[in-house]
Design a binder for this molecule. Structure first.
Ligand code: NAP
Length: 264
């Protein structure tokens, strides 16, 4: 698809936080957002930043890449200036995508729930849930009415096999999104989540026993589910970033082939 100056994100500046490989959901979001006319900035942190800078060359347009560890107070404080440096002194942000999670797979996932140590749980909650608040607050000076913050969850309303403490972190993320929607609503900024089905990304492949979740989806989703296709999830994220959902906030949109609505 070519870049669309009449697309649903035409003229918008979007920061996508959490792109490592071209399998990352964030990569698919960045790609579809560019195709819909957005100017995209990408962020990642640490050693993977080098990989990100290489991977973004596969996008339709080469985006600026910003270093951002969402647990680093200095990075967060420097974010508005980093965005201005990339996009110009008067730059604003119309959309922010939080596509970030981490939980130690050795101690927190794959059936380790009863033994998960607090230090690792605290890290998972900070990186995967609290950081939605950190990122939104860091970007707030650049955002105004009509702005949109979108994060990614894995339905935390129930307990899953193998997902364990990441499920608890996602429950925290879902609640954080609702409180952010409350507190940023006065600025006209929306905060929503997309709840995706299992997708074969770096983070997912690190979960021991992830195939158990994948096989459930294949048999139960009324629409079927392709765990290698990030595009349906990316499209929903971009729809929420656009002006097409002006009165929707505190919402969780399921992009899971309909799995969540089936009893058996
Ligand atoms: P991914 O490609 O591994 O993306 C996760 C990203 O989070 C990576 O870029 C990772 O960077 C980054 N990250 C981790 N700690 C960070 C920190 N402290 N500061 C900044 N960035 C950090 O995996 P993904 O599946 O696309 O995950 C994106 C989001 O979708 C996550 O919230 C995930 O839980 C959610 N989700 C995934 C699925 C699925 O089945 N894949 C389903 C539903 C929801 P590094 O690579 O450098 O660690």
């Amino acid at each position: 698809m070519t870049i669309n100056s009449n697309g649903i994100l035409a003229g918008k500046n979007i920061l996508v936080a959490g792109v490592t490989l071209d399998s990352s959901i964030g990569f698919a979001v960045a790609k579809f957002a560019q195709e819909q006319g957005a100017t995209v900035l990408v962020s990642n942190f640490g050693q993977a930043l080098r990989i990100t800078r290489r991977i973004v060359k596969r996008l339709p347009e080469l985006p600026e890449v910003i270093e951002l560890d969402v647990t680093d107070a200095e990075h967060l404080a420097a974010l508005p200036d980093a965005v201005r440096e990339a996009l110009g002194p008067d730059a604003r942000l119309d959309g922010v995508v939080h596509s970030i999670a981490y939980g130690n797979p050795e101690t927190l996932l794959g059936g380790k729930f009863l033994d998960g140590p607090w230090e690792d749980v605290a890290q998972a909650v900070q990186v995967s849930a609290y950081s939605l608040k950190s990122l939104a607050v860091a970007c707030r000076p650049l955002m105004s009415e009509g702005g949109s913050v979108v994060g990614l969850t894995f339905d935390a309303s129930v307990a899953w096999p193998v997902y364990d403490w990441m499920g608890v972190a996602k429950a925290g993320l879902e609640s954080t999104a609702r409180y952010l929607a409350r507190d940023l609503g006065g600025d006209g900024i929306r905060v929503n989540l997309v709840s995706a089905g299992p997708l074969r990304t770096l983070a997912a492949k690190a979960i021991p026993g992830f195939e158990d979740l994948e096989s459930m989806w294949t048999t139960k989703s009324p629409l079927g589910w392709d765990n290698t296709d990030q595009e349906p999830t990316a499209k929903a994220v971009c729809a929420l970033l656009s002006d097409l959902f002006p009165s929707t906030t505190g919402e969780i949109v399921h992009v899971d082939g309909g799995f969540h609505a089936m009893g058996a």
